[in-house]
Design a protein around this ligand. Structure first.
Ligand SMILES: NC(=O)c1ccc[n+]([C@@H]2O[C@H](COP(=O)([O-])OP(=O)(O)OC[C@H]3O[C@@H](n4cnc5c(N)ncnc54)[C@H](O)[C@@H]3O)[C@@H](O)[C@H]2O)c1
Length: 438
């Protein structure tokens, strides 16, 4: 199948590479010339485990190409996946300018039947807007060319994107005509040899499914964060509570970890956008608005713990931070809690040194020289008043406590991800403050 993927970011590049892996002939379009130049030169613009191999293999086999030429990309794919960004607008709603620009360029250049697939996370009703945009461009040209619009939201997780795409729990397809459904079934047939995973539904339900999934996961996190804060006041251990409720199969263990708040390119903006959609229909999603409020407060919790310990004025204090990415196994720092923590410390006059296994370049791009960057996790510790842990990277989980103690000015660990057994850290001579733990 000839496939075009519009937008070569986390979702588009993974989609293009994985579809090429199953033998499809894929062209990935991006307007960012630098990104395309880098991909053509064999580089990968993002950190995503396993992505470099799969891209290289498929480029080598001639099944995966990269372009900035819209005419070429529109002419190529019978299926045109739109996987461009949908960042939050000023009012929190999803900004559809990139999706609609992609739709218009398809309408302007298409000469034969296309299935235009919204893979970006888009509010309910976007497929109608995409359809109207394409129809308008065709009308301007005086052309009557058939096309279908489908919704195929993406559920991959950064850090496990290849695995998620190759072995999806479900493939949600919203479509209203048989031709588009048949084509979507053909594309996804190799991904569901073991058992049927494709859920075909109407377009609006598919669009809402994606928001509902992220809203539910964000809700679990904020729920646990709020309970963790209560546990601290009550003298209970949230880690024991987590196990106590996670063992109930109706609840399960996933997404029950309290911490320094959720970030990333999806949960914050998708929760906001869903609340905004509800407002447009004269509804308030009270649960989700609270989820967002709790998360905003949680992102500042580590700073609050620091000020409770050292006072509001942090001049002359220095802090070491482990973890900058919004979660492990990615270099993505969009809406990362680390940014709130760093801002809060700097605003109070402290200095900060930071280490992340893969997000250092991204951090330098965003933060410049506001912080000192360590080459290793140990060399950020020298003379710090405390170590703050913000991302739960595996390599932080069994640290050299004696080495840490020798480097810190005082043995204080403030752990925003509950990585350690408190008794073990304290036995090693540390003061240990985590989230909702005894
Ligand atoms: N990142 C994730 O984990 C994830 C998971 C599921 C869904 N999503 C959704 O997928 C969408 C894409 O997210 P992402 O993280 O891959 O974004 P991204 O910012 O990494 O990539 C988007 C790319 O689209 C390009 N682009 C913008 N307009 C274009 C146009 N008209 N033509 C061609 N290219 C264009 C940009 O240059 C950029 O490279 C968003 O709606 C997001 O909510 C993301």
């Amino acid at each position: 199948m000839k496939i075009t993927v519009v937008g070569t970011g986390y979702v588009g590049l993974v989609t293009g590479a994985c579809l090429a892996e199953y033998g499809n002939d894929v062209v990935c379009l991006d307007l960012d010339q630098r990104k395309i130049d880098m991909l053509r030169a064999g580089g990968i613009p993002i950190f995503e485990p396993g992505l470099d191999d799969i891209v290289a293999r498929n480029v080598q086999a001639g099944r995966l190409r990269f372009t900035t030429d819209i005419n070429e990309s529109v002419a190529h794919g019978t299926v045109q996946f739109i996987a461009v960004g949908t960042p939050p607008d000023e009012d929190g709603s999803a900004d559809l300018q990139y999706v609609l620009a992609a739709a218009c360029s398809i309408g302007r250049a298409m000469t034969e039947y296309k299935v235009i697939v919204d893979k970006s996370t888009v509010p309910v009703g976007t497929a109608d807007k995409v359809k109207a945009a394409v129809a308008e461009e065709l009308a301007k040209r005086g052309e009557k060319i058939e096309f279908s619009v489908a919704s195929n939201p993406e559920f991959l997780k950064e850090g496990a994107a290849i695995e998620d795409f190759m072995r999806p729990d479900r493939i949600v397809v919203g479509a209203e005509d048989d031709r588009a459904i048949r084509i979507m079934r053909t594309i996804y047939q190799p991904f569901q040899r073991n058992h049927e995973r494709m859920l075909v539904m109407d377009i609006r339900s598919a669009e809402l499914t994606k928001y509902a999934a992220n809203a539910m996961l964000a809700t679990r996190i904020s729920f646990m964060n709020e309970l963790a804060n209560l546990a601290e006041k009550l003298g209970a251990d949230i880690e024991l509570v987590r196990k106590g409720i996670g063992s109930d199969p109706r609840i399960g263990y996933s997404f029950l970890y309290p911490g320094a708040g959720y970030g990333g390119s999806c949960f914050p903006k998708d929760v906001k956008a869903l609340c905004k959609t509800a407002n447009e229909y004269d509804m308030t999603l009270k649960v989700l608005e609270a989820v967002e409020d709790v998360n905003d407060a949680q992102k500042s919790l580590l700073v609050k713990k620091v000020t409770q310990r050292f006072g509001e004025d942090l001049k002359g204090r220095h802090f070491a931070i482990w973890g900058l990415a919004f979660k492990p196994k990615t270099d993505d720092m969009r809406e990362a809690p680390s940014l709130v923590v760093i801002d809060g410390l700097l605003a109070r006059g402290a200095t900060v040194s930071a280490f992340d296994p893969v997000a250092m370049h991204e951090a330098q791009r965003i933060l410049g020289d506001k912080v000192v960057y360590g080459k290793t996790l140990m060399d950020v510790l020298d003379n710090a008043d405390a170590l703050l842990i913000v991302t739960e990277w595996k390599e932080f989980q069994v640290p050299d406590f004696a080495g840490i103690k020798a480097r810190l000015k005082q043995p204080l660990v403030i752990d925003g991800r509950n990585l350690f057994d408190p008794a073990l850290v304290r036995d090693n001579g540390f003061e240990y403050d985590a989230i909702g733990r005894l």
